[in-house]
Design a protein around this ligand. Structure first.
Ligand code: NAP
Length: 354
């Protein structure tokens, strides 16, 4: 199963928002085939592994990181059909499918057909590689990743708003991979005004551009901003009842969201985006936007690139900012769990969970 997990990870980032799934086929103690789900809409791990087999998979053991799919209303045929046809000796499964419509059904189909199955093999590890898929299925909410590049002293730009470039080239390439694995990028109005970013994926083999969502309560962003130039959907989020002046670009849509206190209610925004089919979001600043997501606990992971630079101006923006009157329940701030750290070029990447 650990080998199947390694296979599954090869699907990162193009399998999203589908789960990462790997499959290893073993006959007489020898691996005869391996495969993974490589891209959204593409073949699943099981048929990929069968296709790669050096001999017939009939009577072999299958190790699959997630329960085989059994539904017919989708882009690919059910993997249970393939397994019924092949008649494996035994199927070992990592995690069950968290989708309530499918949970346990694949296993039941195999068992009813007399195929031995065993579930729960390295189940935690198999679930962990698909934390965003599990969240989507269990909570009907998008998975939210915050990403920023900051100086050692927590600044994301100088006092004139210059932020290019705080992080090194290797970190920026890594960020492109993160973007490629998301179907929406969120940015605050000030970032659009100051940086005029494209927010596109320039990662090799990227198949689609994620949509963009700009939080712009009072409609201040210029409607000729670069973000509207790429071929993808752009949501402009304004407060409920605000009427946007000017001609909205063809690929843009206005989303009206009610206020919670002085700010837009980001929870309602996330729910709306989920209904629009958005499953995995990258929030790319700036600090005030991050602050709203962090303070209300509306994030799953934070990717902080820390660069060996100090930006000292008093009025330079910080990576996460909320209003002074927000009350912290315990201690000085919101505590996070460090999940992983990596050296990337001259930067340090720290990945946090809640
Ligand atoms: N180093 C990095 O990784 C990085 C990444 C991105 C940006 N940056 C830098 O960050 C700076 C901008 O950051 P910033 O903190 O000043 O601003 P920001 O977060 O980009 O934008 C803040 C604005 O977005 C709107 N907004 C965001 N969330 C909202 C909510 N829940 N409700 C209502 N409005 C909301 C508000 O617009 P209104 O006030 O108009 O309503 C708010 O003033 C720029 O200099 C940019 O270069 C750096």
């Amino acid at each position: 199963m650990s080998k199947a997990l390694k296979e599954a990870l090869k699907g990162d980032p193009f399998a999203y928002p589908n789960p990462l799934v790997g499959c290893v086929i073993v006959k007489k103690g020898k691996i005869i085939g391996k495969g993974y789900h490589g891209f959204f809409g593409g073949p699943h791990a099981e048929p990929s592994a069968v296709k790669n087999c050096s001999e017939s998979a009939k009577g072999a053991d299958f190790y699959i990181t997630m329960e085989p799919c059994s539904s017919i209303n989708k882009k690919t045929p059910p993997c249970t059909d393939l397994l019924l046809q092949i008649k494996p000796k035994k199927v070992f499964i990592g995690s069950l499918d968290p989708n309530p419509a499918h949970n346990g059904k694949g296993v039941e189909i195999l068992r009813k057909a007399g195929i031995k199955t065993e579930t729960g093999i390295l189940s935690k590890e198999c679930e962990n590689i698909n934390s965003s898929f599990f969240k989507n299925m269990k909570e009907n909410m998008p998975y939210v990743i915050l990403k920023f590049a900051q100086s050692l002293n927590g600044k994301i730009a100088d006092n004139k708003g210059n932020s290019r470039w705080i992080s090194c080239e290797e970190s920026r390439f890594f960020s492109q991979k993160l973007r490629a694995g998301c179907d929406c990028i969120i940015a605050g109005a000030k970032t659009i005004i100051k940086d005029n970013p494209l927010l596109t994926v320039r990662y090799p083999k990227a198949v689609k551009q994620p949509s963009v969502c700009i939080i712009d309560g009072c409609g201040k962003i210029p409607l000729n901003a670069s973000v509207f130039k790429a071929d993808r959907k752009v949501f402009i989020v304004v407060k409920k009842g605000f009427s946007f002046k000017g001609k909205i670009p063809k690929n843009a849509r206005i989303l009206e969201i009610p206020l919670k206190g002085d700010f837009l209610n980001n929870k309602i925004l996330l729910k709306k985006l989920y209904k629009e089919g958005i499953r995995r979001i990258l929030v790319e600043g700036g600090g005030e936007t991050h602050g709203q997501f962090v303070f209300s606990g509306l994030f799953d992971e934070i990717y902080a690139f820390i660069s060996p630079i100090i930006i000292g101006q008093k009025n330079s923006p910080s990576s996460v900012v909320w209003p002074d009157n927000y009350k912290i329940k315990k201690g000085l701030g919101i505590e996070l769990k460090l999940k992983e750290e990596k050296n990337i070029g001259k930067d340090k990447l720290l990945i946090f969970g809640k």
